[in-house]
Design a protein around this ligand. Structure first.
Ligand code: PEP
Length: 266
């Protein structure tokens, strides 16, 4: 089994059109066109997407994709302020993050809404990146497994039919312990591996073998100095990177760790 590592940057609500364009150019300049390394993804704010996509599309061969940080559930229509999956595809997106803990905690995204976003994104041809993860309180009170299962099952029981999935259309899972996001605290490689294994087992229970091909990336204070050790774990298939993805040298250096592992056959 070999899964192509994914190095994804979540830029959150940061920057201007000009700075997003400059950051994209710096990342493109640091990537090689060879196809034997990791796959890279950047997820800018909606407003910056067109400029970023344009820059990416004018550099064919570079292993870089554009994704969104969220996805509206409605088709075109009277949904003031929302951005639908079709618009994201039109703007050059190929991935959509759904269920990020900031959306769950600050904007009230429930498991049911996340599942709906997941389904709508997938139907539009986007690869959903489903974020799951526990708070510190949930971990310390022994609820880790229950929380991860609940967040996964919401999608598995409704919109994700692994039985029918092909390896090219497979969604991505991001394990992001809430206590590690933007805090500088990282799960140890062993702690992260344990949860990634739990996630893969849950997928396997629902769909058997194809779960071996699903990429499960880790997010939570990934930095150049901890990326290699995290990505070397058997069930960790790259990272979802917040803060460090806003600095091209750091993002590229995290990516190099993934490239290296891939070229060494993991
Ligand atoms: C994130 O928000 O998805 C994230 C992982 O952030 P950070 O890398 O800053 O912890």
């Amino acid at each position: 089994m070999s899964r192509r590592l994914l190095v994804a940057g979540n830029w959150k609500q940061n920057g201007t059109v000009a700075s997003a364009r400059a950051l994209t150019a710096e990342i493109i300049a640091g990537l090689t066109k060879s196809g034997d390394g990791a796959e890279y993804l950047i997820c800018p704010a909606f407003l910056h997407m067109a400029a970023v996509s344009q820059a990416v599309q004018s550099s064919p061969g570079v292993p870089l994709q554009v994704g969104s940080q969220d996805c509206g559930v409605h088709p075109d229509g009277a949904f003031t302020g929302d951005v639908g999956a079709g618009m994201l595809v039109d703007a050059g997106c190929s991935y959509a993050i759904v269920g990020h803990s900031e959306r769950r905690q600050l904007f009230g995204d429930t498991d049911a809404l996340v599942a709906q976003k997941f389904g709508v994104a997938q139907e539009a041809g986007l690869v959903p990146i489903l974020c799951v993860g526990e708070t510190l309180e949930e971990r310390e009170s022994g609820k880790l497994e229950q929380v991860i299962h609940r967040q996964l099952d919401a999608v598995l029981s409704t919109v994700w039919s692994l039985e029918n999935a092909t390896s090219t259309s497979l969604p991505v899972i991001a394990y992001e312990p809430v206590w590690a996001i933007g805090t500088g605290k990282t799960a140890s490689p062993e702690e992260a591996q344990e949860v990634h294994h739990l996630i893969r087992s849950r997928l396997a229970d629902n769909a058997g073998q194809i779960s071996d091909q699903v990429r499960i990336v880790y997010g939570g204070s990934v930095k150049p100095d901890n990326a290699a050790e995290l990505f070397a774990q058997s069930d960790i298939d790259g990272g979802l990177i917040g803060g460090a993805s806003l600095k091209a040298p750091d993002f590229l250096s995290i990516g190099k760790a993934a490239d290296q592992l891939m070229r060494n056959g993991l």
